[in-house]
Design a protein around this ligand. Structure first.
Ligand code: HEM
Length: 502
């Protein structure tokens, strides 16, 4: 009896091994991948990737060529696949813990290419399109920029905090029509949980079902990660529900500012949008999460670019003086944009220079596909290798230098053209208009008011800077006001911004 059980187990194992080997052989005949970077079974080379990863993935692209599994290392391949074939290259990796449990299936950035995703994108586009971005949200940005330069004047060593407050307050105004308060409870809550989401996104021990997705099929009581995820989801909804109630109260009193959330609430009431209560909350929170830090980091990168490559900032300053007066007549506003094309080029170069989503964002293929002799199965993940493309001599002349001149061309006003920092294809950032104008205005005001110099005692390592932590300055830099007249201008404008409360 014992022998027959033992024999059965051996036979079973042999059959399993045979079956796995046959499917592996069939798989390798059916599909053909580009060079695969050697790694360990199951986890591949996950453990080899340093943080930040940009320079590492750049080295890989030099070694392995134009494409490797996951990373597309040239604009040509990104255009061919993520853009031209975006109908089948626009899903996201299946993340049962991050998307289904922790986000109740509602957080757009983790969502697959589904009807729910299409519906949320449609709603976002109808409110965040360029016409609205250039009218409805502009007063918020112009006001916050006054406080941005005032805070940089009074506490230049905390330039990172000023950028953070500016970006947070603009996005809160755009979404909920209110300014960020000091120690804002909602923003602190968001900062806390986005760092938890980050942990869960990259740590397989915390989120095993996101790495080994078959674990999602285990009976629920055996999914030890689930209770935490469900609690996380409910706390998130409760916190945003408070904000939602405050807004409903303002709407009832007629004091709500025109903003994204008001548009959604009214649009849903008129049946223009199909969206339930929890999903509304997720659309708002996703926009705040995705739309704040991105602008903060871009502003810091422009400051690093001005400190390390001072020549272009002199030209920008001279052009700003022509429009706003050399003697501090007025702060630049978004109304000055058509007169300041060079600032638009600076904004685009800021986004291209050291892309902070250094390895791009994964797009998942939804059906088998062939490209230049390769055969990819559905489910393959692709990402644009952002750092590598931005620093490639075949893509840009003197790619490591900050040179806005490269964007002074017929595509100047197309925010997403000439770089990949807003992503690609159907997943292109839906906040592109708001985000680009946030950066444009901050760039214009900072360059108009301050001299920015590298501190020789603290050279800036622009390649390996850690931009993520909003509480720490990513580098040291000298920021000094240009003149007495500029100080007075910033004080006057700052007083206006500090007195404004909504
Ligand atoms: C400088 C500013 C910004 C940069 C560089 C940026 C960059 C990006 C990138 C690279 C992606 C991924 C695209 C892809 O997968 O192909 C993305 C997605 C997204 N961004 Fe932005 N973004 C910025 C500002 C904003 C703002 C202001 C908002 C909201 C108002 C926003 C909302 C979103 C959302 C909701 C997504 C998810 C789209 C999806 O998964 O379909 N972003 N952004």
């Amino acid at each position: 009896m014992a022998l027959s059980i033992g024999l059965s187990v051996v036979i079973l194992c042999a059959v399993l091994v045979l079956k796995l080997s046959i499917s592996k052989i069939q798989y390798s005949y059916k599909y053909k991948f580009p060079n695969v970077v050697p790694g360990w079974p199951l986890i591949g080379n996950t453990l080899d990737v340093p943080y930040p990863a940009g320079m590492f993935t750049r080295q890989l692209s030099k070694k392995y060529g134009e494409m490797k599994l996951v990373y597309l290392n040239s604009s040509r391949t990104v255009t061919d696949l993520l853009e031209k074939r975006s109908a089948i290259y626009s899903s996201r990796p299946f993340r049962p813990m991050l998307n289904e449990i922790m986000s109740g299936g509602h957080r757009m950035v983790f969502m697959g290419y589904t009807d729910q995703w299409r519906n949320q994108r449609r709603i976002m586009h109808s409110i965040l399109n360029s016409r609205q971005a250039e009218t409805k949200f502009v007063p918020f940005q112009n006001l916050e920029a006054k406080q941005l330069v005032y805070e940089m004047l009074t506490e230049p060593e905390n330039f990172h905090k000023a950028s953070q407050r500016y970006s947070n307050s603009v996005i809160l105004s755009v979404i909920f029509g209110r300014r960020a308060r000091k120690n804002d409870e909602l923003l602190e809550f968001i900062m806390g949980y986005t760092s938890v989401l980050g942990d869960y996104q990259f740590n397989p021990l915390k989120s095993p079902a996101d790495v080994f997705t078959w674990l999602d099929k285990l009976p629920r009581p055996l999914q030890w990660w689930r209770p935490f995820g469900e609690k996380f989801f409910h706390t998130h909804v409760e916190m945003f529900q408070e904000e939602y109630n405050m807004l409903l109260d303002k709407m009832a009193k007629g004091t709500a500012k025109p903003c994204f959330a008001v548009d959604i609430i009214q649009g849903a009431a008129k049946k223009e949008f199909e969206i339930d209560e929890t999903e509304k909350i997720y659309v708002w929170s996703t926009l705040i999460e995705a739309g704040s830090d991105t602008s903060r980091v871009a502003i810091l990168q422009m400051i690093a670019g001005a400190a390390c490559y001072p020549e272009w900032s002199k030209k920008a300053r001279a052009l700003l003086d022509e429009v706003c007066g050399a003697n501090a007549e007025h702060l630049p506003t978004l109304g000055d944009r058509s007169k300041l094309p060079y600032i638009t080029a600076v904004t685009k170069e800021t986004l291209r220079w050291r892309p902070f989503l250094q390895s791009g964002v994964p797009h998942v293929l939804t059906q088998d596909d062939e490209y230049e002799g390769y055969k990819f199965p559905a489910g393959t993940e692709f990402s644009w290798n952002a750092y590598s493309i931005a620093l490639d001599e075949n893509e840009y002349e003197n790619p490591t230098e900050f040179d806005p001149e490269r964007f002074m061309n017929k595509n100047l006003d197309k925010w997403g053209q000439g770089h990949w920092s807003f992503g690609a294809g159907r997943r292109l950032c839906p906040g592109i208009n708001v985000g680009a104008l946030n950066v444009w205005l901050a760039v214009a005001c900072i360059l108009y008011c301050f001299d920015i110099e590298e501190d020789p005692n603290y050279p800036i390592d622009t390649f390996n800077t850690l931009w993520e932590d909003p509480t720490k300055a990513p580098f040291k830099v000298k920021i000094t006001p240009r003149s007495k007249a500029h100080i007075e201008l910033m004080e006057r404008e700052g007083a206006i911004a500090l007195a404004e409360d909504y």
